[in-house]
Write a protein that binds this ligand. Structure first.
Ligand SMILES: Cc1cc2nc3c(=O)[nH]c(=O)nc-3n(C[C@H](O)[C@H](O)[C@H](O)COP(=O)(O)OP(=O)(O)OC[C@H]3O[C@@H](n4cnc5c(N)ncnc54)[C@H](O)[C@@H]3O)c2cc1C
Length: 478
């Protein structure tokens, strides 16, 4: 059992993903004695890095946008923001493979100097992967989307594609344009994702502030960008960070004031030892939270289970020369989706640095790919790369590896909004965090960090401490 720390409330944070890390940091910075308990041998949760043949890879390419103010504020606090620079104003080449002897074709989604939402108008009107009729219908639909009210509960009753179809958007427009945004941000295609989640993404990223969708991604492995820096900062604030410490039970008990229904301790698997705590942030995946939430928390286990999951698959290639001329490209009518040149983050040896290129293909909404054999995936993605980039033809990669995340995000279908619980539970000293909680955002790093802060506010206030205001606008209160 942990002894009380003189004068400091003891807060246990369960789960060392971005939600848990940010909740732990907030609590430690507000003077609590924090213990972070992570079940796996490593921190980082859904964001982790590994080495293979001396090169660094991430479990999946992660990007964030300029509108991700909470994640960006976390990087600032960790002193690593410059390791994930913005790649200039939004400008994404959209590639269509070679067809019937014609070469691959490129159109651009990019912003110009006009205010939102007109900053995209020029690129939409000239978007060559759609017919002129489809192109002319894009802007009225975008303006219509801007007018929907995010707080209208009706939005969560239909899919995004139903809404788009009613605004004259063809199947081609949906798959070659709207899904370019909806799929990587919500992890579902327009025909499955809730209009509510899609509206949140388009409002926040594209239709309100002109530079909100400028893209940034890490020049170093994610472990170096936010995982290890967060651990170091926590430890410097006096927090205890324990990995391989899986929590198997939250124990309720009476408190000194005689009040029932407070979490008083956590049981740690294996050792069976108990950790006493004055408050707990549960920052685990929703399926795990459904198992751990004690009775009286006021959250139905079935609601969390109904949130479902969606996989993400990444296929990583190492070539002994440059095959892709872009830092980032997206493919339509192709097996590939978003394609990244992640050479800088691969930490290549000096001998390889001048020549080699490391490419990661990120496949969102990967229900079809998750069960596919790695070799089959590699071969299929190699074909796709060769159709898009002539320089990849006739050469073999020097290495290729597949990373698969079966439960990458929750499944944001219509009806999901009411299943996402807030940070506050019916047990005053127990709060929930995780990208799946009611942040208003899809399951993203941004949502995870926001949820961690919201949960820290709940437990700090239960312990009579006031938190500092967030350095960004909080849409959903704790
Ligand atoms: C491949 C991939 C690509 C992605 N791409 C992007 C992207 O480009 N941009 C973006 O913004 N987001 C992206 N995401 C989503 C983003 O990574 C997640 O939404 C976010 O990291 C989730 O953080 P979290 O803390 O809520 O949950 P998690 O990271 O899942 O953390 C939960 C932690 O709790 C631990 N845990 C579980 N049970 C217990 C227990 N009983 N005891 C102790 N510990 C426990 C787990 O081991 C885990 O470490 C991607 C996700 C994946 C998988």
């Amino acid at each position: 059992m942990s002894p009380p720390v003189a004068g400091k409330p003891r807060i246990a944070v369960v789960g060392g993903g971005l939600a848990g890390l940010s909740a732990a940091l907030e609590c430690a910075e507000h003077g609590a004695a924090v213990t972070l308990l992570e079940g796996r041998p490593r921190l980082g949760g859904a964001t982790w890095s590994f080495e293979r043949h001396g090169r660094s890879f991430d479990n999946g390419q992660h990007v964030h946008l300029r509108c991700c103010a909470a994640y960006r504020a976390l990087l600032d606090r960790l002193g690593t923001a410059e390791l994930a620079p913005f790649a200039g104003p939004l400008a994404i080449p959209v590639l269509r493979p070679a067809q019937n002897g014609s070469p691959p074709r490129t159109a651009w989604v990019k912003r110009d100097g006009l205010p939102a939402p007109f900053h995209l108008a020029r690129s939409l009107v000239s978007y060559g992967h759609l017919s002129l009729t489809d192109r002319l219908r894009l802007l009225p639909a975008a303006l219509g989307l801007r007018l929907v009210r995010e707080d209208d509960p009706e939005l969560d009753r239909s899919t995004f594609s139903d809404w788009l179809a009613k605004r004259g958007q063809s199947r081609a427009a949906i798959s070659r344009l709207w899904d370019l945004i909806a799929l990587p941000t919500t992890n579902l295609r327009s025909d499955e994702v809730s209009l509510a989640l899609a509206a949140k993404v388009f409002h926040t990223g594209l239709l309100t502030v002109a530079d909100a969708a400028d893209i940034a991604w890490s020049r170093v492995p994610l472990a170096e960008l936010h995982v290890e820096p967060a651990r170091r900062l926590l430890e410097s604030l006096g927090a205890e960070v324990r990995s391989k410490a899986r929590v198997s039970e939250l124990l309720l008990g009476p408190t000194r004031s005689g009040e029932q229904h407070r979490v008083t301790a956590l049981r740690i698997e294996g050792s069976g030892s108990l950790l006493e705590a004055d408050a707990v942030v549960l920052a685990v995946q929703h399926g795990e939270a459904a198992q751990l939430l004690p009775p009286g928390a006021g959250i139905a286990r079935s609601s969390l289970e109904r949130l479902g999951t969606v996989p993400i698959v990444n296929v990583h290639f190492v070539f002994d020369r440059r095959v892709m001329p872009h830092k980032l490209a997206v493919a339509v009518d192709s097996d590939a989706q978003f394609i990244f040149d992640r050479t800088p983050a691969a930490k290549l040896s000096p001998a390889e640095r001048a020549t080699h290129q490391v490419i990661s293909i990120s496949l969102s909404g990967a229900d079809a790919e998750i069960g596919e054999r790695p070799q089959a995936l590699i071969e299929r993605q190699l074909v796709a790369l060769r159709q898009l980039f002539p320089a990849a033809r006739g050469i073999e990669p020097v290495d290729a590896v597949v990373t698969r995340e079966h439960e990458a995000t929750f499944r944001g279908r219509p009806g999901t909004a009411e299943l996402r619980p807030p940070a506050r539970t019916a047990i005053t000293n127990l709060a929930l965090a995780g990208a799946w909680t009611d942040t208003g955002w899809p399951a993203t790093m941004e949502g995870a960090v926001r949820s961690g802060r919201a949960a820290s506010e709940v437990v700090l206030s239960a312990l009579g401490r006031r938190s500092r205001p967030a350095p960004y606008r909080q849409e959903v209160t704790a």
